[in-house]
Design a binder for this molecule. Structure first.
Ligand code: BGC
Length: 398
């Protein structure tokens, strides 16, 4: 079982808000300071200043790529005002990655928005797509040498967040509910509104055109692939539910250069909907069932629904404080990924979530990192899993 495929990307992923620190001009920063029951990102991992050290650790371990994001709230702090200094900062990140032999996989939007955008209607504003496109146009000026660009991260989760914040404003829900950490509240999470999903798909297509006009990069978006399966008799319900949660977004990737598959666990669907992860001692720190086989299910489904769009695994990992478990989970997930390659699926790479223990959207406890970060000194402590994944990457097989 191996993936000694030429150019196969072996890497790790992060996002700006979860690692940079002090993303004060973003809507999430505002939310963290207002919501009840939410921890704050604060200085995060201080990667805004320490990115070179993060990248060097990945490269030294043997990885050949790094997925990171550009923060819209920094690049365009007020509508129409593009910060050249911030663009130069992200260009330095790209140059640093390239200099270390890490192929940069650059995400343009990862859940957060500039405050001005969010406060003026967000994605529901009539000019939302133009606003996003004009930010993307500004970013194209620094993308020389970048071969992989993701427009929007997990648009299906983003649509869910937009649906939830709309519900909070209209009084349908009161308390903030974590989008990524399962709790007893999970059964009441709504489905993402498909109208918002279609709007995001349009934004993705417009951004893709802008990027294709001005860069040579392969363009895609990254979808939260939930590896949903039906209990006996619930196949029709599965189809229906999977469409609004996932397939709408996969179908929108049919003309993309790649589909970013993000997989953590798998869940069953019955007549009443998605069955919450049953309580179990093996559950991860985000409350998910321990299901490394989900990656194979997710890749096969994405390949089918996108009509054979090449797959890049842009996130896969486990929230655990036990690094040996991280290695066991990842090893099994890779085994399932390699099976899909043997079946003929065009898989271009595997990027682990996450490079660092970082801010898990309102929580610090669920740690996904290959590298631990001291929350006071910001010192980096690589874990055995980083060494292990780097060795797998150098060999190209398990
Ligand atoms: C997101 C990440 C998040 C991860 C683990 C994905 O939903 O893209 O930002 O940290 O999953 O929950």
């Amino acid at each position: 079982m191996n993936s000694t495929i030429d150019g196969f990307l072996w890497g790790a992923s992060t996002s700006p808000h979860q690692t940079e620190g002090n993303n004060t001009n973003s809507d999430w920063w505002v939310r963290e300071h207002r919501a009840v029951g939410m921890e704050r990102s604060g200085d995060a991992c201080d990667s805004y200043h320490r990115y070179a050290e993060d990248m060097r650790l990945l490269a030294d371990a043997g990885l050949n790529s790094y997925r990171f994001g550009i923060e819209w709230a920094r690049v365009e702090p007020a509508e129409g005002h593009i910060s050249r200094a911030e663009l130069a900062h992200y260009r330095r990140m790209i140059d640093t990655a390239l200099g270390l032999g890490l192929a940069p996989v650059v995400t343009l939007h990862h859940f957060t928005h500039p405050r001005w955008f969010a406060e003026d209607g967000g994605w529901t504003h009539e000019r939302a797509i133009d606003r996003f496109a004009s930010y993307v146009r500004a970013v194209t000026t620094i993308l020389d040498g970048v071969e992989w660009v993701c427009t929007l991260n997990e648009p299906n989760m983003l649509a869910l967040m937009v649906t939830m914040s709309h519900a909070a404003r209209t009084g349908d829900t009161k308390k903030w509910i974590s989008p990524t950490v399962d709790g007893d509240a999970r059964p009441v999470l709504p489905d993402p509104d498909p109208a918002i999903g279609r709007r995001l798909a349009e934004a993705h297509h417009v951004a893709r055109n802008v990027l294709r006009q001005h860069t040579e990069a392969s363009i895609g978006w990254t979808v939260a692939c939930q590896a949903l399966t039906a209990t006996p008799g619930a196949e029709a319900r599965l189809e229906e539910l999977r469409y609004v949660r996932e397939d709408l977004y996969l179908e929108a990737a049919r003309e993309d250069d790649f589909i970013g598959v993000q997989s953590y666990s798998s869940q069953e669907v019955d007549h009443d909907g998605v069955i919450p992860h049953p309580h179990h001692p093996d559950n991860t720190l985000t409350g998910n069932a321990y299901r490394p086989d989900a990656l194979g299910i997710a890749v096969r489904h994405a390949w089918k629904v996108t009509g054979n769009t090449p797959v890049l695994v842009t996130e896969n990992g486990i929230a655990t404080a036990d690094d040996a478990r991280r290695i066991a989970y990842t090893s099994e997930a890779l085994h399932h990924l390699f099976k899909t390659i043997d079946e003929g699926i065009d898989v271009r790479g595997y990027l682990h979530w996450s490079a660092l223990d970082n801010f898990e959207w309102g929580h610090w406890e669920p740690t996904f990192g290959l590298i631990a970060v001291d929350q006071e000194s910001y010192e980096r402590h690589p874990k055995p899993s980083l060494k292990w994944l780097g060795e797998v990457a150098r060999r190209g097989w398990l």
